[in-house]
Design a protein around this ligand. Structure first.
Ligand code: KG4
Ligand code: ZN
Length: 333
C-alpha cells in the first residue's frame, strides 16, 4: 500500500554533483539542494574521479541535512529514500548508496536504487505533468546521448545511441581546447551566439540511422584549432554548435517521422542549451508534435528527478538491489 501523502528523499551522487531533494507523488519539489564540484574539476577540464568521491564524502551529510530541513519534513513524513545506483562513477555512486543505506537503517524506511537515466526522463515532469505518451525522448548529457521511445513511464526502449562520445562530452572537450574551463557546455553555448558558423565541421552519421557519433567532430575541431594562426574562438564555438545542432535536430526529425509519437521530450544537461531549445521548438512546430522541455534547472543533474523516479519504482514494485552499476541502460530499472 503506497502512502501518497508522504514524500521521497532523493539522493544523487553519480558524477560531480552531490544532491538531495524532497518531492511528493505529483512531482511537487519541497526542496532541492545541490553542492557543485565544478571549482574542483575546473583545472582538469573534466571530472577527476578520485577527487569527486572525496568531495561527495565531505558534502553528502550537509546536503541531505539541508534538503530535509528546507522541506520541513522528518522521517515520519518519508515513504522511502531513492538513491542513484548507476550509471556513473563507481567511487561517486558508492558515497550516495552508503549514505542512503545507513539513513534507511537508522530511520527504518525502505531504500531503493534508482537508474539515473530514468531520473533524467522524469525531470520533464517535475512541478507539473508535461510528458504525453507515446513519447520520443532525446537524452543529451555529459555521460549519454540517445533516443528512446517511451510508451509509458516504465515502458522504455532505445532507438538510437552514440557509438563513441556523448554530445556533452564533446562540448566539454571543445571548451577545454579553447581554454574556456569546465563545465564547457554553458560557456560554448553562450560564446556560440557571439560568432558565425563559418567553419565547415563534419556532421557524423547525418542521414544514416538514429545513432550518433561525436568523436570525429571533436577531432576535426582539434585539428582546426592546431592549424589555425588567427583563431576566432566565437566562430569555432558557433561552427561546432551548428554541427551538433544539425545532427541532433535531424535525428529527432527522423525519429519522429519513423516512430509516430505525441511528444518529443528533451532532457539532460545539454537540454539547458538555449540554441538547442529553439532549434527543437522550430522542428516540433513544423512537424506538429508537442515539445516537452523541463526548465533549465531540472535539465542538469539534480536529486528531485531521482525522487520523482522513485515513485515509479514504488508503484511498479521494482526494488533493485543497492548495487552500484557503472553501466546501466535506460531500459532497466
Ligand atoms: O545531465 P548532466 O548535468 O550530467 C550528466 O549526467 O552527464 O549533463 C552535464 C553536461 C555537461 O557536458 C555540460 O557541459 C552540459 O551538460 N551542459 C550544457 C549546458 N549546460 C550544461 N551544454 C550545452 N549548453 C548548456 N547550457
Ligand atoms: Zn545526468
Amino acid at each position: 500500500m503506497i502512502d501518497t501523502e508522504k514524500y521521497i528523499l532523493g539522493i544523487e551522487t553519480s558524477c560531480d554533483d552531490t544532491a538531495a531533494a524532497v518531492v511528493d507523488v505529483n512531482g511537487r519539489v519541497l526542496s532541492s539542494v545541490i553542492a557543485s564540484q565544478s571549482d574542483i574539476h575546473v583545472k582538469y577540464g573534466g571530472v577527476f574521479p578520485d577527487l569527486a568521491s572525496r568531495a561527495h564524502t565531505l558534502a553528502i551529510v550537509p546536503t541531505i541535512r539541508e534538503a530535509v530541513s528546507q522541506a520541513g519534513v522528518d522521517r515520519d513524513h518519508l515513504a522511502a529514500i531513492g538513491v542513484t545506483r548507476g550509471p556513473g562513477l563507481i567511487g561517486s555512486l558508492l558515497v550516495g548508496l552508503n549514505a542512503a543505506a545507513g539513513l534507511g537503517m537508522a530511520w527504518d524506511i525502505p531504500v531503493i536504487g534508482i537508474n539515473h537515466l530514468r531520473g533524467h526522463l522524469r525531470s520533464a515532469d517535475l512541478e507539473e505533468r508535461r510528458i504525453t505518451f507515446p513519447a520520443i525522448v532525446l537524452l543529451v548529457s555529459g555521460g549519454h546521448t540517445f533516443l528512446a521511445l517511451c510508451e509509458s513511464d516504465s515502458d522504455i526502449s532505445l532507438i538510437g545511441s552514440t557509438r563513441d562520445d556523448s554530445v556533452g562530452e564533446a562540448y566539454d572537450k571543445v571548451a577545454r581546447m579553447l581554454g574556456l574551463g569546465y563545465p564547457g557546455g554553458p560557456v560554448i553555448d553562450k560564446l556560440a551566439r557571439e560568432g558565425t558558423p563559418c567553419i565547415k565541421f563534419p556532421r557524423p552519421l547525418l542521414g544514416k540511422n538514429l545513432d550518433f557519433s561525436f568523436s570525429g567532430l571533436k577531432t576535426a575541431v582539434a585539428r582546426y584549432i592546431s592549424s589555425s594562426d588567427r583563431l576566432i574562438k566565437s566562430d569555432v564555438a558557433s561552427s561546432f554548435v551548428a554541427a551538433c545542432l544539425d545532427v541532433l535536430v535531424s535525428k529527432c526529425r527522423q525519429a519522429i517521422l519513423t516512430h509516430p509519437a505525441a511528444s518529443l521530450v528533451v532532457v539532460g544537461g545539454v537540454a539547458a542549451s538555449l540554441q538547442l531549445r529553439s532549434a527543437l521548438s522550430e522542428l516540433c512546430d513544423e512537424l506538429n508534435i508537442e515539445l516537452c522541455l523541463p526548465p533549465v534547472r531540472w535539465s542538469t543533474d539534480n536529486a528531485a528527478m531521482i525522487s520523482l523516479a522513485t515513485w515509479d519504482y514504488i508503484k511498479s514494485e521494482k526494488h533493485p538491489e543497492l548495487q552500484p552499476q557503472v553501466r546501466l541502460p535506460i531500459s532497466e530499472f
